[in-house]
Design a protein around this ligand. Sequence first.
Ligand SMILES: Cc1cc2nc3c(=O)[nH]c(=O)nc-3n(C[C@H](O)[C@H](O)[C@H](O)COP(=O)(O)OP(=O)(O)OC[C@H]3O[C@@H](n4cnc5c(N)ncnc54)[C@H](O)[C@@H]3O)c2cc1C
Length: 516
Amino acid sequence: MAYEYIFGIFACFLGFVLFYYNTRTNKTAAAAASASAVVSARNGEVTEGTATDIIIVGAGVAGAALAYTLGKDGRRVRVIERDLNEPDRIVGELLQPGGYLKLIELGLEDCVDEIDAQRVFGYALFKDGKNTKLSYPLENFHSDVAGRSFHNGRFIQRMRHKAASLPNVSLEQGSVTSLIEEKGTVKGIQYKTRDGQEFIAYAPLTIVCDGGFSNLRRSLSNPKVDVPSCFVGLILENCELPHANHGHVILADPSPILFYPISSTEIRCLVDVPGQKVPSVSNGEMAHYLKTMVAPQIPPQLYTAFITAVNKGNIRTMTNRSMPAAPQPTPGALLLGDAFNMRHPLTGGGMTVALSDIVLLRDLLRPLHNLHDASALCRYLESFYTLRKPVASTINTLAGALYKVFSASADKAREEMREACFDYLSLGGAFSEGPISLLSGLNPHPISLVLHFFAVAIYGVGRLLLPFPSPTRIWTGARLISGASGIIFPIIRAEGVRQMFFPATVPAYYRAPPVD
Ligand SMILES: Cc1cc2nc3c(=O)[nH]c(=O)nc-3n(C[C@H](O)[C@H](O)[C@H](O)COP(=O)(O)OP(=O)(O)OC[C@H]3O[C@@H](n4cnc5c(N)ncnc54)[C@H](O)[C@@H]3O)c2cc1C
């Protein structure tokens, strides 16, 4: 009996200790959760987080700029980026002046300082030994406003540092493996660190900016990715561009070649190779292709530096992807940047679209204090997809259409269109100013794009018919018009005619912010 008595007292004591310990632990855990800005769970263990407003996946051009912008607006932002080292890539090296204006709106313009960025004042076009200069219409802007070209990695690091300098922004290295979805609402992300540990993080809103090769976009959109060509990248040193501080576009055969400065001593060359397969770099086929097919078509001033760059062997390749935005509005999550929408990089429009989208999204989110009503937020943000259209679609359509027009073709009508385009832009005045305003992102209006596109086609037909129209010439003219329509209309259709030209008629255009 004495045993039972002693055992009873011991059990009561143990129960009291356990109860006390449990209460203490819960209190500590609750205190830790509310105090910490970063709440996560180790090895798949889940801890509900309360302290993050917005998770951003990827800190490239879009993610880094967005993190700074939302952080500056007071949001508690958590960014997970796969690799925080300085990227070394051949993408995103020329920011159009329209994009620079967006950078100013976001307060990020100092990110092009101290990286040896070069000012860009326009483009020079080359065709069959002729060339013409197209200046950006910058007269009405502050003298600082121009395009900027730079090493993409340096620019991104500047934006990452600026974002991470805000106390309410945390930037962590990790690879996001999936979105956490519950009953159709995205609640957060699952990610892995370099040492293989898995974590889970929660926030009322997750913005996915994991770039062109996104592995997360499938659940948030209906992506139709097209790969029209690849870019082969080289860096030329110790040479001067024929037109200093200008992008250079060579209307070569089979497709365009680009040159622009990326520092005070380096010129980027991007050679477009149509299709998805490029000659092999490792077995020397690529060097042979560049020396025999490409070198004879480039301006003579750049020839020696080009051959030296090829011999040096630092040849990079990258697929050029295009993908119209096709969102599937999902509560709790949003896509942005190349993960959401891509266009051919010929016109260097990607960063301008991404930054313009960020300005729009920031303005839409600003009046909201509470992001926790995922369905109401999702419905409200549907207007983002319409409001972005006029700018984004104009830049996207111009890129796709110009790539086709600037590429060589065995079809006589298409060649006439290419010739007409070069000569139309060489006319100067409104004929060059309109198209370069579109390309620069300074005046991206869909109507202006369509008008100039068909003005080029009509100019081409006029040249064919004057002074004496022959049946063959009339036939070529008719095919030119039909070819021009066949280029532009499918792109516009994919972008969405109504959203692009009549956005105000789309119901989602006007959405009042949800009541907090
Ligand atoms: C060849 C080429 C040349 C181009 N040239 C220009 C140009 O001159 N001017 C211009 O404006 N645009 C250009 N573009 C387009 C431009 O590069 C893109 O529009 C821009 O980089 C998009 O930014 P982003 O943040 O969406 O993607 P990115 O800048 O690619 O950033 C994506 C980020 O997400 C990270 N990430 C990816 N997956 C994960 C994951 N699972 N978890 C965590 N992080 C992840 C990546 O590490 C990366 O940092 C070019 C594109 C190509 C292909």
